[in-house]
Design a protein around this ligand. Sequence first.
Ligand code: FO1
Length: 315
Amino acid sequence: MLAGGVGAARYLNGALEAFDPRSVTGIVNVGDDLILNGLYISPDLDTCTYTLAGAIDPERGWGLVDESWRAMEGLGRYGGANWFSLGDRDLSTHLYRTARLAEGATLTQVTAEITRAWELDCSLLPITDDRVETRVTLADGRDVGFQEYFVGMAHSVEISGVSFVGSEQASMSKAAEQAIRDAEALVIAPSNPIVSIGPLLAVPTMRELVASRRDRNVAVSPIIGGAALKGPADRMLRELGEESTVVGVARRYRELAATLVIDETDRDLADAVEAEGMRALVMPTIMSQPGVGAALARACHQAATGEQTVGETSE
Ligand code: FO1
């Protein structure tokens, strides 16, 4: 699965219910990553890890449950950068990852160590071990880092563009490339298509690789009834001159996947999605009830492979 943060992590959880976790791989966005207070922070990798470990804070959707913020309070005393809140438990992840990267480990290696320590059976792979930095151009022309926009400004400003600095020089990791080549089914998670899926597709050869297996790929719309469940995806689509509807999503994904899963709320737009050249699969996609995520994962797998999956796959 091509994954961003919160929405993708919920879908991944569903896939783990539906399939043998060892057969599930998340290819995760690193464009949100930032270096702050000397620490290398990977929000989407951590959100997926913590969610799948059952350790995510359910209200925030990021960071760890049962958190305290003493280090951030202390940093505030010095006028240090505590606008991006790192909980005291969460800090250990950033300390460990930063130390390991400084020892020369790759982000892929460190992520494997962290997910193993959280006893995940599925694998989470950064799309690249190179640095790709999502930056946002605001409507007033200012160029800011993604987290400055998303957290610093609470994404409450209009944008006019998004760029992925370093993407041209980046190369997909061997592990990520192999996972995409080998996948029975590839699912584009219901993440923000611009700043969560966009940075993945900006890595050279990624778009061609995904498009080369279009018929075995399924995208799940992050837009339901013209809105995003969480985050600014709908506003960003409109601000970039696109439609924040399932049709707008189909226009972004039609070269990459044969099927777009849309929520029942958008049933009346199924024909318009098909007019864009994607098969519309209408089903519940709001993963607030138990079982919805697993049913969604099974349906995606079936749409991508044409196989009927009955419950647990055999060992
Ligand atoms: N989001 C916020 O809105 N405020 C924060 O202070 C914040 C801190 C933070 C720390 C670690 C982490 O893994 C995620 C964090 N996030 C925070 C969420 C983060 O900005 C988003 O998860 C992604 O980057 C967008 O999906």
